[in-house]
Design a protein around this ligand. Sequence first.
Ligand SMILES: C[S@@+](CC[C@H](N)C(=O)[O-])C[C@H]1O[C@@H](n2cnc3c(N)ncnc32)[C@H](O)[C@@H]1O
Length: 567
Amino acid sequence: MTINKLILGDNLDILRQFEDNWVDLIYLDPPFFSNRNYEIIWGDEGEIRSFQDRWAGGIEHYIAWLKERVYEMHRVLKPTGTLFLHCDWHADAYIRVEILDKIFGKNNFRNHLIWQRKTGRGETNHKSNRFGTVSDSIFFYAKGNKHTFNSQFSFEAEGYDDYIEKFFTHTDEQGRKYRIADLSSPQPRPNLMYEYKGYKPPKNGWAISLEKMKQFDKEGRLHFPKTKNGRIQRRRFLDELQGKPIQNVWDDIEMIGYHSKERIGYPTQKPEALMERIIRCASNEGNLVLDPFVGGGTTVAVADRLERKWMGIDQSVQAVKVTELRLQKQQDLFSKPFTVQLYKYDYDTLRYSDSFEFEEWIVQQYGGTGNVKKRGDYGIDGRMSDNTPIQVKRSDNIGRNVIDNFKSAAERNDKKLFDHNRKESKPVGYIISFSFGKGAVEEAARLKIKENIIIKLVTVDEIVPIAKKPTIRIDISEKSRAENGLWDLELTATGRSDAGIEFYSWDCSYDPKKGFKPSLIIDKEGRHRHQFKAGLHHIAVKVVDNDGLENIEVIKLQVNGKIKKTL
Ligand SMILES: C[S@@+](CC[C@H](N)C(=O)[O-])C[C@H]1O[C@@H](n2cnc3c(N)ncnc32)[C@H](O)[C@@H]1O
């Protein structure tokens, strides 16, 4: 299975197609069971469908909806895998008891993490009859006893400065600040009952061996009390501190603010710092992170940056495309490639893609196996499980001669099978192409009627749904010439697609070498105002339709006294 993949679809359908035990970490931030009006983020068909699905009833219905999905998530997790489920007060108690405890087992509960989002949603009114709610819940469960857990530390945690002031009160010979930490064993350790430099061991013995004690001493890591009656302790240096150990209340991560750099512009976007903490603590480089409600892609963007493999699913075309753009924006020369699986395939991409890759892929989609020999095998590109040959023609309107040549190839490929299929009135072979010319169709019909040889002609769109990508045009109008020497322009994009246009994205300083790095990711209107300096500009706009298919238009714009557009 290709890793690093975005998939459009209902996560229940997609998860059910996956095998057991292969994911290391799952984070899910499902739509909350909350005020209905806040729930619609993208407003496209996929999201509305999911919304109606969840809202067919009350809380029981929501829990059942989520439970069948979490059941699949548990199944695909490795035995060493973990899951973090993000929710809020509306349903957190039900989710923990009715879903997570039942599917993962109470023993596998690890933490109830409280993320203090800082600003609360309601209860700002001083006449309210309850306290303000400023937190979300994240439930952390493991599939089994053994799982990755890397402790996390923070310099931002509330009270961190007080903590330093209160505990780091000692200074060593070099002027390094340190705090003292206990070196005695919590349990009796008779083998570690030794005297060191005249200091007696603690009641249960030391926590470290004599060798380690000597090493710490050499490194200046021991704190010797003034009198021999005291206890040797360990020095923990401030300059080596990784921060305050993180506990289950996370109050040091702010929600995405209006001016935040990572803001994409949709309401439920989670901060990268939150995802970073979860991914760092529960996975290692190379592990696979899955987000089945990927939204604007925070999880997968962070996983990618942290060298994890990833997979994201969302039912909304817009969410998948926004995530794709976000990932493209952060990609550099060293980034790993990723794929996007939509409901429909773009005709141009398939028609003009690498021919070997296409042949192998379409043969597999048809249920066959690609021909490993590739060339020199009578033009046979694959075989069905009974060895019946498949030929792929990555072109339109293929002609009569292709049918005749293939007939001979199929006969030479396996004469016994050919004769057998003919006798049984079964296809002796399959030809896959984008379209077949009249001559080819007539020849296939003639062979069937006159010689009982069936060559099945299959068009690509019978195997996978194909659509044509949208078209796009850009127009420019000058709004004003600002006093600071900038030109204030309005750029208008007009997209056309049978499926309908979903949104536009703009990159007003497009660099072909770097690729499309949008400055405005979601523009529903196709209208963008931007100020330009005098000079040459490359402007790129991407249009995305309701099938998720896209097109890009790049224009060169000469701004200098006059506005001149060249393509
Ligand atoms: C709260 S948002 C996730 C936000 C995300 N954590 C982020 O930081 O961007 C929930 C997402 O779940 C998606 N969704 C809802 N029902 C779904 C389903 N059945 N299958 C897949 N995705 C679904 C919605 O389209 C929405 O994008």
